[in-house]
Ligand binder design. Structure first.
Ligand code: NAP
Length: 242
């Protein structure tokens, strides 16, 4: 058991998730860094421990309901209830052609794999942790969405990814409404955010933001005070249209 607030970040062995883990740990959170590949998760946690941060690794593939329930049980047995869940793991596998990728190139396999990772994974994780948050009357869930999922500005390119992030936004609203109804308090907060265009394996070398900037809004939402928003969509710590 730990007395520090306990946070779980998915897909945290690299990219924005790794930096969210680092920033939460710097704020005094005990952070569980999850990765689908055990060795990559251990290596990433070891790197952060050399910075003096309290981080431990757990293996978690967001596309496997069994992996999720085993990981959550293991975390809560060892460390106690989770106060923060950051649904960061995501894939962008539309192709070919990047921004030019067409709906007519989208295979069912691409659409299914994207849905399983970007939507069903976060849904399973929310279902695994939300009852505990409601029971304890406190919790923060952050869904890493994207401007690519905004219906207000929806365009072509990356069809499977765009549809998955719109659905993740819908999941955010549904879960926030259910948490509000069930908890009877406003202290379980579930929000979505766009990190901006971030220089990672997914964002590519031309992206305009560093991971440090990409992690800022997710970390802000993970650490909201009791008067903070719920059921919202944010970039740069400000609301953006759905
Ligand atoms: P990234 O560098 O490609 O990293 C993605 C992470 O997700 C990796 O750790 C990867 O693990 C993990 N992952 C993928 N499938 C998984 C699975 N089934 N189970 C567990 N982990 C899995 O991506 P990123 O740029 O950091 O993006 C993080 C989040 O921000 C994503 O949700 C993304 O959609 C969103 N986002 C990013 C940008 C951007 O410009 N980068 C913009 C808007 C939104 P492996 O190492 O094992 O592959």
């Amino acid at each position: 058991m730990t007395s520090s607030p306990l946070a779980l970040v998915t897909g945290a062995n690299r990219g924005i998730g790794f930096e969210i883990t680092r920033q939460l740990a710097r704020l005094g959170y005990a952070v569980i860094l999850s990765a689908r590949d055990a060795a990559k998760g251990e290596a990433a946690a070891a790197a952060l421990k050399t910075e003096g941060l309290i981080v431990s690794a757990v293996t978690l593939d967001v596309t496997s309901a069994d992996s999720i329930s085993a990981a959550i049980a293991d975390i809560e047995n060892k460390h106690g209830p989770l106060g923060v869940l950051v649904n960061n793991a995501g894939i962008l596998i539309d192709g070919p052609g990047g921004f030019e990728s067409s709906l007519f190139d989208m295979t069912d396999d691409t659409a299914r794999r994207t849905w399983e990772t970007n939507v069903l994974g976060p849904a399973h994780l929310i279902k695994a942790v939300l009852p505990g948050m409601i029971a304890h009357g406190v919790g923060r869930v952050v869904n890493l969405s994207s401007g690519a999922g905004q219906l207000s500005g929806m365009g072509s390119g990356f069809p499977a990814y765009r549809m998955s992030k719109s659905a993740l936004n819908a999941l955010t609203r549904v879960a926030a409404a259910e948490a509000g109804n069930a908890s009877g308090t406003s202290n379980v907060k579930i929000n979505a955010c766009c990190p901006g265009w971030v220089r990672t394996s997914m964002g590519g070398p031309q992206a305009t933001r560093l991971v440090e900037q990409g992690a800022e809004t997710p970390v802000w939402l993970a650490t909201l005070g009791e008067d903070g928003p719920t059921g919202g969509f944010f970039r740069d710590k400000a609301p953006i249209p759905w």
